[in-house]
Design a protein around this ligand. Structure first.
Ligand code: C2E
Ligand code: MG
Ligand code: MG
Length: 622
C-alpha cells in the first residue's frame, strides 16, 4: 500500500490537472469487480486522487447502482461470474440514458482480441491488470477531461443552436415585415402596386390559356386631391384616402381585388368579368358610394374621381400595359366631364403617345426657332377695307413637317409651355406690327389680334408681361385685341372681370373667339367689358345661300347689335357665304376667301397691295 501511495504522490507531481470546472470531489466513479481486494485497491488509488467512488461486486449490482444514480465514469472488470464486463457494457451502451457514460475496462486478459472486443462493445479505454496507480489516475483524469470537454462542446452546440434558432426567427419576422410593407399599402392596408400587378399577372396568364376568360382593370384617380392636402393638411389627406379605400372595398365583391397604386390612385381588378357592362356597373356604383361627403376635421368634404377601364385580353403581355391603358382612359375621363369614367380604346394610346412626343419636341421647337407667326387678314364687309390681322402660330417641325396649332396648343396648354410660348408670340407679333407701323404700312384703324389660351389668361403675370412687351416694342396698347373663348372667362368669372377691366383701362380690346360653341349664356355679355364676337366657323361653314342653314347666325348678329358689339364671321370660304353675311349686315369677316393665314413676308405684301387697292371685296363678289 505504501508503494501505491508513493506512486500516487508522484503522479500528483506530474501536474495532471482536471479542467478547472471539474471538481474531483463531485466526480462519481463506479468500480465493478468481483475481487474485493481489487475493489479496495482501486478505491484507495482513486480516493487518493481525490475522487468519490462507489463499488459493485458483480454485473447486476453494477446495473442497479447505475440505475440508482448515473456515475460519471465506470471502471469495469471483464471476467466476472454470471454477467461479464462485456455484457454489462453492452447493456449500458444500448440504453440512451447510460450510453454516454465512459467505461474503462480493467482486466488480467491481455490478449489483443479481448482488448479489441472491449472497444467494440463501447469501452473508451482498457487497463491491464496488474495496474499501475499512476496509469489508472492518468487515464481516469484523461477521460474525465474528455468528458468535460464533450459536455462543454454539447453545451456550446446547444447554445449555438438556440442562437441560430433565435436569429432565424428574427430574420423571418423582418422578412415578413418587409414583405408586408412591399405587398401592402400601410395607410389603407390594401394590396400595393407590386401585389396588384402580381394578381394581374395571374389573370393575364389565365387569359392566355383560356381564351374565354375575361377581366378588366379599373383605374381610379381622385380629382384635385392636392387641394385637400394643401387646405386641410397631409394628415387629413391620409385619413381621406383611408376612408376612400374602405368605401371602395365595401362596394366591391369578394372576387375583385382593390389595390392602392400610390398617391390618390386606386386600381380594381374585376375578375372574372362577364361583360363590359359589368365593369361600367362597378364604375357607376363607385361614383355613387363616393358621392356622399366625407367628414374630415369637422368639414364635409366631397370627393370626385375619374376612372379608366381597360379590358384585359391575351394581346397584353405585361400587366403594366393594362394598368397603363386604364390610366390613359382615366386621363381621358378627367378631361371630359361626365361620365367620370372612360373605357380604353387603342386610339387613346396613340393619342397619348403623340401627346408625349409633341410635349418633348415643343420644348426644343421654342429653342430651335421652329415656330413662326402667320397673320390672317380681317376685312370690314361694309367698306371692303382691311381692319386687322389675327396672329396664328405655326410650327414647322424639322422632321415631321407642319404641325397644326389645333394639335400642339392644347399640349402646350396642358403642360404649361403655353406661358413661355405665349410670351414669345406676343413679343414677336408686336414687333412685327411695330415694324409695319414704322414702314407706314398700317394706319391707326388696324388692330393686331392675338389668341390667348386659358392658362395664359389665368397667369398671374399676364398683365405684367403685356405691359413689359408693349413698353419694349414701343407699341400703343390700343392696337391690341385679345381673342379668348367664352369658357376661359366663365370658369373664373371674378378674376376674369378684374383682368378684362385692367385690359380695357389700357384700351386693349377683347374678342370672344369661337362664339356660339360654348356656353352662350348671354347674361355675362352684359357684365364683362367685351368688344367683339367672333362667330365660330362651324356656323359659317353651313351657310349656302339658303335661309334654312342660317342657324344661330341671325340671332348672334341681333344680340351683338343690341349690345353694341362688333361681329366677325370667321371661316368665310365662299362667295355665297360672304353674300349671305353681308345681307345679314354682318360687319366683319375673315376666311380663306379673302386670304389664308400669311407669313410675315406675304402679309407685308398684302399691306402694300392694300395701299393701292381700297376695296378688296369687289373681286370676291360676283
Ligand atoms: P382660332 O383662334 O379660332 O383660329 C382660327 C382658325 O381658323 C385658324 O386655324 C385659321 O387658320 C382657321 N381659318 C381661318 N379662316 C379659315 C377658313 O376660311 N376655313 C377654314 N377651314 N379655316 C380657317 P389654326 O391656325 O389652325 O389655329 C387653330 C386654333 O389654334 C386657333 O383657333 C386657336 O385656338 C389656336 N391658336 C392658333 N394660334 C395661336 C396662338 O398664337 N396662340 C394661342 N393661344 N392659340 C393659337
Ligand atoms: Mg382666334
Ligand atoms: Mg376661332
Amino acid at each position: 500500500m505504501l508503494e501505491i501511495d508513493q506512486e500516487i504522490s508522484e503522479t500528483m507531481d506530474l501536474n495532471l490537472q482536471l479542467p478547472p470546472d471539474v471538481d474531483p470531489k463531485s466526480v462519481d466513479i463506479l468500480i465493478v469487480d468481483d475481487q474485493p481486494t481489487n475493489l479496495k485497491l482501486l478505491t484507495r488509488v482513486l480516493n487518493r486522487g481525490g475522487y468519490e467512488v462507489r463499488q459493485a461486486l458483480d454485473g447486476s449490482l453494477a446495473l442497479q447502482a447505475i440505475q440508482a444514480r448515473l456515475p460519471d465514469l465506470i471502471m469495469l472488470d471483464i471476467m466476472m461470474p454470471e454477467m461479464d464486463g462485456y455484457q454489462v457494457c453492452s447493456q449500458l451502451k444500448a440504453r440512451a440514458e447510460t450510453a454516454h457514460i465512459p467505461v474503462i475496462f480493467l482486466s488480467a486478459l491481455d490478449d489483443v482480441f479481448d482488448k479489441v472486443k472491449a472497444f467494440s462493445v463501447g469501452a473508451v479505454d482498457y487497463i491491464s491488470k496488474p495496474f499501475q496507480a499512476q496509469e489508472v489516475l492518468a487515464r481516469v483524469r484523461h477521460h474525465l477531461t474528455l468528458q468535460a470537454i464533450n459536455r462543454r462542446i454539447s453545451y456550446l452546440n446547444s447554445e449555438l443552436e438556440q442562437q441560430v434558432k433565435d436569429r432565424t426567427q428574427q430574420l423571418e419576422e423582418v422578412h415578413n415585415r418587409l414583405r408586408q410593407l412591399a405587398l401592402y399599402d400601410e395607410l389603407t392596408g390594401l394590396p400595393s402596386r407590386a401585389l396588384f400587378l402580381e394578381h394581374l399577372k395571374t389573370s393575364l396568364q389565365q387569359a392566355q390559356t383560356h381564351p374565354d376568360y375575361q377581366f378588366a382593370v379599373l383605374f381610379l384617380d381622385c380629382d384635385r386631391f392636392q387641394i385637400i392636402n394643401d387646405s386641410l393638411g397631409h394628415l387629413a389627406g391620409d385619413q381621406l384616402l383611408a376612408a376612400i379605400g374602405t368605401r371602395l372595398k365595401d362596394a366591391l365583391s369578394e372576387d375583385n381585388i382593390l389595390g392602392r397604386l400610390g398617391g390618390d390612385e386606386f386600381a380594381i381588378l374585376l375578375t372574372p368579368l362577364d361583360s363590359i357592362d359589368t365593369a361600367i356597373g362597378v364604375a357607376t356604383r363607385i361614383l355613387k358610394v363616393l358621392a356622399d361627403p366625407f367628414l374630415l376635421k369637422g368639414y364635409e368634404v366631397y370627393v370626385s374621381v375619374s376612372m379608366g377601364i381597360a379590358i384585359g385580353n391575351s394581346n397584353y403581355t405585361q400587366p403594366q400595359q393594362i394598368v397603363q391603358d386604364a390610366d390613359t382612359a382615366m386621363y381621358r375621363a378627367k378631361m371630359g366631364g361626365d361620365p367620370r369614367y372612360q373605357v380604353f380604346d387603342p386610339v387613346m394610346h396613340q393619342k397619348a403617345v403623340r401627346f408625349l412626343q409633341i410635349e418633348t419636341d415643343l420644348h426644343k421647337a421654342i429653342v430651335q426657332r421652329e415656330l413662326c407667326l402667320n397673320y390672317q387678314p380681317i376685312i370690314d364687309l361694309h367698306t371692303g377695307k382691311l381692319v386687322g390681322f389675327e396672329t396664328l402660330v405655326r410650327w414647322h417641325h424639322l422632321e415631321r413637317g407642319f404641325i397644326s396649332p389645333a394639335e400642339f396648343i392644347p399640349v402646350a396648354e396642358e403642360t404649361g409651355l403655353i406661358v413661355p410660348l405665349g410670351n414669345w408670340i406676343l413679343l414677336a407679333a408686336c414687333q412685327q406690327f411695330r415694324a409695319w407701323q414704322e414702314q407706314e404700312l398700317v394706319d391707326t384703324s388696324l388692330s393686331l389680334n392675338i389668341n390667348l389660351s386659358a392658362r395664359q389668361f389665368n397667369s398671374r403675370y399676364l398683365l405684367q408681361q403685356i405691359d413689359q412687351t408693349l413698353e419694349e416694342v414701343k407699341l400703343d396698347p390700343k392696337f391690341l385685341k385679345f381673342e379668348i373663348t367664352e369658357s376661359v372667362i366663365l370658369k373664373n368669372q371674378n378674376t376674369a372681370k378684374i383682368l378684362l377691366e385692367e385690359l380695357r383701362s389700357r384700351q386693349i380690346s377683347i374678342c370672344l373667339d369661337d362664339f356660339g360653341t360654348g356656353y352662350s349664356s348671354l347674361n355675362y355679355l352684359l357684365c364683362f367689358p367685351i368688344d367683339t364676337l367672333k362667330i365660330d366657323q362651324s356656323f359659317i361653314r353651313r351657310l349656302d345661300g339658303s335661309t334654312e342653314k342660317l342657324g344661330l347666325v341671325p340671332v348672334i348678329l341681333d344680340i351683338a347689335q343690341n349690345l353694341k358689339l362688333n361681329v366677325v364671321a370667321e371661316g368665310i370660304e365662299t362667295q355665297a357665304q360672304l353674300q349671305q353675311l353681308m345681307d345679314l349686315n354682318c360687319r366683319y369677316g375673315q376666311g380663306y376667301l379673302f386670304a389664308r393665314p400669311l407669313d410675315a413676308e406675304q402679309a407685308t405684301q398684302f399691306l402694300i397691295n392694300c395701299k393701292t387697292q381700297s376695296n378688296h371685296l369687289a373681286e370676291f363678289l360676283a
